[in-house]
Structure formats: C-alpha cells, structure tokens
Design a protein around this ligand. Structure first.
Ligand SMILES: C[S@@+](CC[C@H](N)C(=O)[O-])C[C@H]1O[C@@H](n2cnc3c(N)ncnc32)[C@H](O)[C@@H]1O
Length: 340
C-alpha cells in the first residue's frame, strides 16, 4: 500500500491501468436528452470569474477543488448517469500521479467506444484515431471490434513502428488495423469515419482532431484532451513551485525547439491565437489574450483546463453535436436532426 496524498492505495493500482468489465452500450436517447439540458455557458462564466479573480492553482488546492465541484459537479453527475463506471482516481488532481492515471481513463474510453459500436452494430464501422502515438489504443480497439476497420494516424511514424516491432507476435493476426502517416492539420477528408477518437492529443492537435470529426461528418467523437497549455501556438507556462509545473516547463522547453525544427508538429498556423476561443459563445465572454493567459496557467489549474474544454464543448454544440464532458473526457454525438 502507498499513500496517494488522499488515501492508502494498493501498489497494483499504481503499476497497471486495469481493464474492468465490459460495460452496457450507452443509451443514446438518454445521452441526447441529458446533454441538451446541460448549461455549458454558465460554468464557463463562473469559472472565468474565478480565473479573473485570481482564484486558481492555490497550493492548498481547496479553492480549485470547491470551484470545480460547485460549477462542474452537475456535468460530472450527468456523465455518471449516462456513462456509469468513470474510473475513480485515488491521486490528487494536478499531480504527476493523477496524470499517470490517465491510462485508466483511456481504458474506460475504449470500453465506451466498444460498447457504443457493439450496441449500434449495423455495418462495418470505420474508427479513426488521429495522434495515435504508438497505435496502442487503436490496435486494442481493432482487437475488441473485429468487424470494424481501425486506422491510426500520426505525423510521426516512429512510435508506431517501434510498438509494431515490439508487439509483432501479439498482433500477428490483426487484419483490421492500419497506420497512416498523416498530419491532422492536413487530414485525408475522403474517409468517412463513424467514430473519431484520440487518447491525449496535445493542445491544438485536439482541436485539429475535433475539426476532422466535424469535416468528415463523423457521428461520434469520443476522446481525451491533454496539454491544454499548447493551444494557439503557446509554449509559455506560468511558473509555480510544483512537480507538475516543472514537468510542463521542461516539456515546453522541448516543444519550443520542435516548433522551429519540425513545422506542422503540434502547432499550425490554422490554430494560432486568432483561432481561440473556438466557440462564438466563449468569444462573447473572453478574448484571445485571456484564453492564451488561461492556457499558460493550465499546468496547475483544473479551472483553466476546464475553461478551455468548455469552450470546445460549446464549439462542438455550435457544429451540430450534443456533447458531455468530464475531467478532459468528451463524448459527442451528432444531433439526429443535423445528421439527417
Ligand atoms: C505526445 S502524444 C500525446 C500523448 C498525451 N500527452 C497523453 O496524454 O497521452 C501527441 C502525439 O501527437 C502527434 N502529433 C503532433 N503533431 C501532430 C500533427 N500535426 N498531426 C498528427 N499527429 C500529431 C505526435 O507525433 C504524438 O504522437
């Protein structure tokens, strides 16, 4: 057992993200009904007020936690009603251990997708996983859904190549998965995915993936965002004396060099400052300078991460999706009247 700063945690929880029992297919009718009743603008207004009052990233965490509970508690409760089984995390938020726990959230997301596809199995589904990194999640989905075709894409093929070689034997029989080298900022729009999914796509790469789902009219977008600090070309991090802050500062030191050496990796002129906020609703409440300042504070602030993700939720709504959100996870489905 080890102390997580909140409770005693079995070592196994630390070591391996567990695959829990298959979950029942989400009820899409309940999803649409619940999603439409959710007010996404009000929590954005309240959290923005907290940000403007400077009530963020408090070292004692009480301020952030109570603001998140007060203003996002309703969204999380709605999520739990429609998508039960959200993996509880024993670690304190905005810590490296919490970040590490994302593997459990990714496993949960994969189950949501598998349950949704299985429940909805009409014909062969195309699932596209941009920013696939190693192709690990894409292969696991292909293995779980043999009737589906799964394509993993990434601008950098090296991670996927290494993972393929190391797991050659495990996936020797897998025929419904393929990797395509592709920038999400210049994607192949001829494909017609039924599901667009990603498991952490840094900063504007997440926005590129969301625009890919919109542009390909994908019925489902089921994903996890990450590295909110890297939207709008930003690599600045407001410094604070925390491990996670040091981690993000070091990551951005590297990304700033990447930016110059490898154009199109992580950053794109299509997603510079003027592309943010994403939604018309958020643009009524904050300007570009504000959201970039919010991004620079995301390492140590859930309020700031949530502000960027709520803007994305409103953007998806403005582009024909009903959406639900919880702790960097998105479940979006095209509104039937839009999908036609
Ligand atoms: C580092 S991973 C993100 C992992 C993430 N931090 C997580 O929480 O799991 C980001 C991936 O995005 C890919 N990427 C960067 N720019 C891209 C682009 N323009 N198009 C597609 N993938 C891109 C990188 O190659 C990398 O594999």
């Amino acid at each position: 057992m080890i102390w997580s700063g909140r409770t005693l945690v079995p070592l196994s929880l630390w070591l391996l993200p567990a695959e829990s029992e298959p979950m029942p297919g989400p009820n899409l009718r309940a999803f649409h009904e619940t999603s439409r009743k959710l007010d996404l603008r009000q929590p954005l207004e309240f959290l923005l007020a907290e940000f403007r009052r400077g009530n963020i990233a408090d070292s004692k965490r009480g301020g952030e936690d109570s603001a998140i509970r007060a203003h996002l508690g309703g969204l999380s409760a709605a999520w739990e009603r429609v998508f039960p089984g959200f993996p509880a995390c024993p670690w304190r938020r905005r810590t490296l251990t919490w970040e590490y726990h994302r593997g459990r959230r990714d496993a949960y997301l994969r189950q949501l997708i598998a349950a949704q596809v299985s429940a909805d199995q009409t014909d062969c589904f195309l699932i596209v996983n941009p920013a696939t990194v190693l192709g690990r999640h894409a292969r696991a989905l292909a293995e779980a859904l043999p009737a589906c075709e799964v394509i993993g894409t990434d601008i950098d093929p090296r991670g996927e190549r290494v993972y393929r070689i190391l797991n050659f034997w495990k996936y020797r029989g897998l025929t419904n998965y393929q990797f395509v080298r592709e920038s999400i900022f210049e994607p192949d729009l001829k494909r017609r995915p039924a599901v667009v999914t990603f498991f952490g796509a840094c900063g504007s790469v997440s926005d590129g993936c969301m625009d890919y789902a919109i542009a390909t009219d994908s019925p489902f977008l089921i994903c996890r965002t990450c590295c909110h600090d890297n939207i709008a070309g930003n690599t600045q991090v407001i410094r604070r004396p925390t491990h996670i802050n040091r981690f993000f500062a070091f990551k951005n030191w590297g990304l700033e060099r990447y930016k110059r050496a490898r154009p199109g990796f992580y950053f794109s002129d299509r997603y510079r400052e003027n592309a943010y906020p994403r939604s018309a609703a958020a643009r009524e409440l904050m300007d570009t300078e504000t959201i970039v300042s919010i991004a620079q504070n995301t390492a140590d602030s859930d309020i700031c991460r949530s502000l960027i993700d709520l803007d994305r939720c409103l953007y998806l709504r403005e582009n024909g999706y009903d959406v639900m959100y919880r702790e960097e996870l998105f479940f979006a489905h095209r509104r039937p009247e839009v999908a036609g």
